[in-house]
Design a protein around this ligand. Sequence first.
Ligand SMILES: N[C@@H](CCC(=O)N[C@@H](CS)C(=O)NCC(=O)O)C(=O)O
Length: 205
Amino acid sequence: MGPERPIKLYDFQSSPNCQRVKVALEEKKIPYEILPVDLRKGEQKKPDFLKLNPYGKVPVIIDGETVLYESCIINEYLEEKYPEPSLMPKDPAKKAKVRILIDYGLNHLDSPYQKLRQELMKEEKERNQQTIETSKQDLKNLLQRFEREIGSQPYLAGEFSLLDAALIPRFLRMEGFGVLPDASLPRLGEWVRRVKERPSVRAML
Ligand SMILES: N[C@@H](CCC(=O)N[C@@H](CS)C(=O)NCC(=O)O)C(=O)O
């Protein structure tokens, strides 16, 4: 059963952390309404917003009396509270593996990802090409793990899961940064293409 009232999602349109939550809401067909927070104006640091999320970041959801932040934790909550359709394997070991790969894909890739992002945010003439190339190669090396994990499955954990939802926003950024697609990562390239076709992902773009 869905929520009594639509879930409120405090959102910034191009935020990958918000997109991750939108994919889960869309997959589960949970009614939600978007409350835009303009990060460029610093609305996330205003006292009223800090009462919802002391970290001063989006996304935040309000589901009835429940206020939550941290995108991956929000998605785990949605999975438990609104279990159908399921976005997690039932088997505890497989579930743990999904969580390990979410952590890997977000946290272990974070250093080269942020280095590359920072560099590409600079004016073209100020960019350090060496940093760009090294970060791209570091990311490609780290992504080999997913290339192995996906094998011949359609999605990273077999069925579409919170793992795909967690990773796709950042992987789409990496596509924009020129990391993907790559000849050394053919299955991952196919996965990105497949995931982009899902209505839940189209809805968050
Ligand atoms: N670990 C948090 C990260 C949230 C986050 O960094 N949100 C960014 C937008 S993508 C934000 O609100 N940044 C504004 C700021 O830090 O002031 C999550 O997964 O929800």
